[in-house]
Design a protein around this ligand. Structure first.
Ligand code: SF4
Ligand SMILES: [Zn+2]
Length: 137
């Protein structure tokens, strides 16, 4: 039988220690959750092929092979992973589903500014009635 750590064992995921942890968020930026994930990776027998796969796929999300996206980005060398918007940015919250405190705050202030500008616009340009006059006249 092929050793599960063999780099080209395409079935390595069958031996993944995270397989029975479906409730853990492997994309979380919360330090406590990240530490839990990393502890599972430390004892995983397919850490090497898992990390290699993430780098070869240029996957910018979550923990793979006990490595964060930043660590993989460094290992990827010149061919960087996709650049993510910084934390605290509304697009990191909306498009990339980050729910860290900074992204929540960034999203809240974006929404606040958007609503304020919409209501100011409404004050300046009152809505025109859909029907001008009485259609039965
Ligand atoms: S190294 Fe971590 S992410 Fe990769 S298969 Fe093992 S437990 Fe899952
Ligand atoms: Zn964030």
């Amino acid at each position: 039988m092929k050793h599960p750590n063999a780099p080209h064992d395409r079935n390595w995921h069958r031996h993944a220690a995270c397989r029975d942890k479906p409730n853990l968020d492997w994309h979380s930026d919360e330090p406590v959750i990240r530490q839990r994930c990393l502890a599972i990776c430390r004892n995983c027998t397919v850490r090497a092929p898992c990390g290699d796969t993430a780098i070869s796929l240029r996957d910018p999300w979550g923990i793979w092979g006990g490595q964060s996206p930043d660590e993989r980005d460094r290992l990827a060398g010149d061919e960087h992973l996709r650049i993510l918007p910084p934390h605290g940015n509304n697009s990191r919250y909306v498009k990339h589903s980050c729910r860290c405190d900074a992204c929540r705050a960034g999203h809240t202030s974006y929404e606040h500014a958007r609503r304020q500008s919409a209501s100011q616009q409404e004050l300046q340009e009152p809505r025109t009635p859909l029907l001008q006059g009485n259609p039965l006249d």
